[in-house]
Design a protein around this ligand. Structure first.
Ligand code: FES
Length: 111
């Protein structure tokens, strides 16, 4: 049986449930919530960039244009975040996006 976890979006107080085998963005959409911007749903466009501020997750493949290699601070693309515990996340700020670009310049690894 798949475990479900509570996902709380700090910016707007929205929360919803997400199974461990579903991306946070996809679970949000399925439940009719609109807290995180939706783009490609495939880890490529960077629109759904969030900062995970609490909890553990597994990450699927993500474009290194948006999330630096080995990113230790919790930046992740919500469409590729699979929760392993309850999570608290906030939408990425312009500063988060700028920092991410500086860490891993676009196209460096060809993705
Ligand atoms: S929606 Fe495009 S990277 Fe998540």
């Amino acid at each position: 049986m798949t475990s479900h976890h509570r996902i709380e979006i700090e910016n707007c107080g929205t929360h919803f449930r997400c199974p461990e085998n579903e991306g946070v963005l996809q679970a949000m959409e399925r439940q009719g919530r609109r807290a995180i911007p939706v783009g490609c749903r495939n880890g490529g466009c960077g629109l759904c960039l969030v900062l995970v501020t609490a909890g553990d997750f597994k990450a699927g493949p993500m474009s290194r244009r948006h999330v630096p290699c080995g990113e230790p601070a919790g930046l992740a693309l919500a469409c590729r975040v699979y929760p392993q515990t309850d999570l608290r996340v906030r939408l990425a700020t312009d500063e988060d996006r700028q920092w991410s670009k500086q860490q891993c310049p676009a196209g460096r690894d060809g993705r």
